[in-house]
Design a protein around this ligand. Structure first.
Ligand SMILES: Cc1ncc(COP(=O)(O)O)c(C=O)c1O
Length: 368
């Protein structure tokens, strides 16, 4: 298989871009973002999509549309990146970090239940590395505690669990289009929802409340500018049209790297759940070597980019901004032993084989 960036696919991106550039500067932003929203809604099988400037902006708009604000508490897995949490702080809400189960990577619902208070309004599951938790458990927990579900599906485009697409399980699903995502436009994001009112509020929020939702005056509330620029919408549109190819290529890339590492010392591939169709966002391996985190940092220095080693991904409840609570030991255990290799669709078979050779070599000689 070859990367889908080659040949006619690249030409298709260029065609979309040229079409948009011809219309610029168009103060309305042109038709690209509107078309992107229609095509995203169709591709994901939901009534409404709202395109925005980043995954962070998608979360911000979704939380705002769901009326999350000062004094509200939102349950968030500690097993996530800071970008999940920043929009909560911007809205004056409080993230309450919950633990994850090291065996499944899913939310630890016993811990979550302990952390529910009278102020808890929502749960924000994060499908990190494209892995999706059990939708039935999530839905039952949210119903039992009367919580809105806002999914951080930034890395999960194309994953499904129990037949449900990531980002369509909860009330709103939020995605990033940043480089490295399977569906990308350089920078960008979008949210999906079945509720027209939430889509209208998120759309107003991304553009200084103009157009305003039905029955409200334009510019009558303070919001943001988080519109997706037309050239980026054009790139996203071209990529939505070849999404299945991009997805198949990422799955092939991950399969190839994991296959090459089957015999590597101290590395065990993490399997998705039986009812999960994983987008294979990032090849995932549990590191069973002494000083596992130091090993991933060493691999990053050897040119193998990975979540923990390159970006020092640590549980969010250990970050300086977190309020003290019961420590999320499961999340720490997961991250301290995780090798999540970061790949993009430009990584060729030769690049992946090189990564496999470096990882195998370094694992063989590693003695922390
Ligand atoms: C899990 C997760 N949530 C949120 C974000 C934020 O997306 P963006 O970088 O597009 O703002 C990212 C981005 O990488 C992410 O991986």
């Amino acid at each position: 298989m070859t990367p889908p960036t080659a040949g006619t696919d690249a030409a298709s991106i260029a065609d979309h871009l040229v079409g948009v550039l011809d219309q610029m500067p168009d103060p309305s932003g042109g038709p690209a973002a509107g078309q992107l929203e229609r095509d995203l809604a169709e591709a994901f099988g939901v009534p409404h999509a709202v395109a925005v400037s980043s995954g962070t902006a998608a979360l911000h708009g979704a939380l705002f549309a769901c009326s999350i604000g000062p004094g509200d508490e939102v349950l968030v897995p500690a097993l996530t990146v800071v970008m999940t949490v920043a929009p909560l702080a911007a809205l004056g809400a409080t993230p309450v970090f919950v633990d994850s189960d090291p065996n499944t990577l899913d939310i630890d619902y016993d811990d979550a239940a302990r952390k529910v208070t009278s102020r808890t309004r929502a749960i924000l599951p994060v499908h990190l590395w494209g892995r999706v938790g059990d939708p039935a458990a999530l839905t039952a927990f949210a119903a039992a505690h009367d919580l809105v579900v806002i999914e951080d599906a930034a890395q999960a485009a194309g994953s499904t669990r129990a037949g449900q697409r990531a980002g369509t399980i909860g009330t709103v699903g939020c995605f990033s289009l940043k480089d490295g995502k399977i569906l990308w436009s350089g920078e960008g994001g979008f949210l999906l929802t079945a509720r027209r009112d939430l889509a209208e509020h998120a759309a107003a929020f991304r553009s200084h409340w103009q157009p305003a939702p039905p029955g409200q005056q334009p510019l009558s509330r303070l919001a943001t500018n988080s519109r997706l620029a037309a050239p980026l919408a054009a790139i996203a549109l071209a990529n939505v049209h070849r999404f299945q190819d991009l997805l198949a290529w990422r799955q092939e890339q991950t399969r190839r790297l994991l296959h090459a590492l089957e015999q590597a010392r101290g590395l065990i591939a993490l399997e998705p759940a039986a009812d999960e169709q994983w987008n294979s966002f990032s090849p995932l391996l549990r590191v069973d070597l002494p000083g596992a985190r130091a090993f991933t940092e060493h691999l990053a220095q050897q040119g193998v980019p990975n979540s923990t080693g390159s970006f020092r991904l640590v549980p969010c409840d250990t970050r300086p901004f977190a309020q003290p609570s019961r420590p999320c030991r499961g999340a720490a255990q997961i991250l301290d032993h995780m090798l999540a290799v970061l790949i993009t669709d430009r990584d060729t078979e030769a690049t992946l084989d090189h990564y496999a050779a470096v990882i195998t070599r370094e694992a063989t000689t590693w003695a922390a």
